[in-house]
Ligand binder design. Structure first.
Ligand code: MN3
Length: 192
């Protein structure tokens, strides 16, 4: 069973880019909700308990569970993992990962063109979803977006950076200005 991952910094640590109230609701209500619903699926299907949720998502099509539970696992297993990574990559204690910066530069031409494509994916995701930097099964960096809480693990990819573009991630502070939220987000990603 899973528990809500503790936030390793204060709710107000990302201000002014992400406000404390948004962080508190996002972590203690939304992420807790995904965690609870993930646990409910696992409780109903104890045959899933011997594998980590990443592996379950990767092989979701072959799992011997009802279709409705697959959907719940996709949504809430994804929600659990996506948010866990999201808190980690925004940790103010993070420092630049120079190897990753170099790899991004080599793959996408420059950090600027990488950010441009990442932001474009964030802005063109219609409705709720995520913009991703992932490593694919060949170890190559890739950029794409997913709808809802779909995790890159569904495709066997390892997420490296993910930006939550659900309205619950920014609406209190930014209202409909997703573009401003996306631009400001880079200020709190110290890894690159
Ligand atoms: Mn969210």
């Amino acid at each position: 069973m899973y528990t809500l991952p503790e936030l390793e910094y204060a709710y107000d640590a990302l201000e002014p880019h992400i406000d404390a109230r948004t962080m508190e609701i996002h972590h203690s209500k939304h992420h807790q909700g995904y965690t609870n619903k993930l646990n409910a699926v696992l409780e109903k299907n104890p045959n899933l308990l011997d594998q980590p949720v990443e592996t379950l998502l990767q092989h979701i099509d072959t799992l011997d569970i009802p279709e409705e539970d697959k959907k719940a696992l996709q949504n809430n297993g994804g929600g659990y993992l996506n948010h866990k990574l999201f808190w980690e990559i925004m940790n103010p204690q993070n420092t630049t990962d120079t190897d990753l910066v170099e790899e991004i530069t080599n793959t996408f031409g420059s950090i600027e063109s990488f950010k441009e494509q990442f932001e474009k994916n964030a802005l063109t995701q219609f409705g709720s979803g995520w913009s991703w930097l992932v490593r694919n099964t060949e170890g190559i960096l890739m950029l794409y977006k997913t709808a809802n809480q779909d995790s890159p693990h569904l495709q066997g990819h390892t997420p490296i950076l993910g930006l939550d573009v659900w309205e619950h991630a920014y609406y209190l502070n930014y209202q409909n200005k997703r573009g401003e939220y996306v631009k400001n987000w880079w200020n709190i990603v110290k890894i690159i």
